[in-house]
Design a protein. Structure first.
Length: 278
C-alpha cells in the first residue's frame, strides 16, 4: 500500500478519528489481525469519498456501546458498499470512534490487492475463532448473517431478509456481547440485479454473478453504482442469555428476534423514504 500516501491526502475527520483509537500494535505498526492504522487511514479516506457519494443519513449511532459489540445489519447491493458505509459512519460519527472489524466472505482474500487492503483496514475472514478473539479484545464486529445470499439479492427480492445464520448468536452468547441491529436502505437500488448467473459464478469462483438489466447496452458500465441515498439506522442494543452451544431450535428463536427487528427497521425506513435519490 506504499503507493497510497503520495496520491491521497488523509481526510481531516479520518485523521482525528484515528488519533483517538485505542489500538495495541507491535513494533511494525500492526495489530495481531493485520490492521495497520497508518495505512488504514488512507484506505478510510478513499472509503470516505465513497461514503459521501451516497450522502448517507445516519440515525441512532449513539446506540453503539463502548467495548465489545456485534453490529448486525441486512446485506444487499452486489458489492459490500453497505459495510463500507457502516464502517466509515462508526469511525467518524460514533463517540468514541470505532474501528469496526468486518467479517468478510472467505473468497475475498483470493482477490489480488483486495485481500491486503481489507486486512490493513481491519477486515478479517469471517472465522468463528477470529470473531471470538476480537470480541474478547473488546472490538466492534460487523457481521452480515445473510452472507453472500443477502448481498446477491435480485430486484424482486429487495429488502426481504433471507435466513440468518446462527454463528453470530452463538458468539454473542459465548462472549456475552450485545447485538446492535442495523438497517441499510438505499443499497438495493445502487446496483440492480435481475438474475444470478450461477454457472458463471462457479466458473469465476464467486458466490454469485449478478446480471444487470442494462448489461447488454452499457456493458460493465452497468455496474457503476448509482448515487442512491443510503439510510443507516442503528437500533437499541439487544442482549441474550443462555449457553452458546444450546440446541439449534433455541438458538434459532434468538436469531429470529434479531432478524425480525432488522426487518421491522427496514420496513419503517422504507415507509418514511420519499425518494430513492433525494
Amino acid at each position: 500500500m506504499g503507493f497510497l500516501p503520495p496520491l491521497v491526502e488523509v481526510d481531516p475527520d479520518i485523521q482525528a478519528a484515528f488519533e483517538r483509537l485505542p489500538v495495541e500494535l507491535n513494533e511494525l505498526g500492526y495489530d495481531e489481525w493485520g490492521f495497520h492504522p497508518d495505512k488504514a487511514k488512507y484506505l478510510y479516506t478513499i472509503a470516505r469519498r465513497i461514503f459521501d457519494y451516497f450522502r448517507p443519513q445516519i440515525e441512532g449511532i449513539e446506540n453503539l456501546p463502548q467495548g465489545r459489540v456485534l453490529i448486525v445489519p441486512n446485506h444487499s447491493g452486489q458489492l459490500p458498499l453497505d459495510g463500507l458505509v457502516i464502517a466509515v459512519a462508526c469511525m467518524i460519527h460514533a463517540d468514541p470512534s470505532r474501528a469496526v472489524r468486518a467479517m468478510a466472505e472467505r473468497w475475498f482474500p483470493t482477490l489480488p490487492f483486495v485481500n491486503t487492503a481489507f486486512s490493513r483496514s481491519g477486515v478479517v475472514v469471517g472465522d468463528p475463532i477470529n470473531c471470538r478473539n476480537l470480541l474478547e479484545a473488546d472490538n466492534a464486529i460487523l457481521v452480515f448473517p445473510e452472507g453472500a445470499r443477502g448481498s446477491g439479492k435480485t430486484w424482486d427480492q429487495r429488502y426481504q431478509l433471507v435466513q440468518f445464520g446462527r454463528g453470530f448468536m452463538r458468539l454473542a452468547l459465548q462472549t456475552k456481547s450485545p447485538i446492535v441491529p442495523v438497517s441499510v436502505v438505499g443499497a438495493e437500488e445502487s446496483i440492480i440485479s435481475v438474475y444470478d448467473a450461477k454457472p458463471l459464478a462457479k466458473l469465476l469462483g464467486m458466490p454469485y454473478a449478478p446480471i444487470h438489466p442494462l448489461l447488454p447496452v452499457l456493458g460493465l458500465l452497468a455496474y457503476m453504482p448509482l448515487p442512491t441515498r443510503f439510510y443507516v439506522d442503528f437500533g437499541a442494543p439487544l442482549s441474550f442469555e443462555g449457553p452458546f452451544d444450546d440446541e439449534d431450535d433455541i438458538i434459532d428463536e434468538k436469531v429470529g428476534v434479531v432478524r425480525t427487528t432488522v426487518q421491522s427497521m427496514i420496513d419503517r425506513r422504507l415507509s418514511l423514504r420519499a425518494s430513492v435519490f433525494a
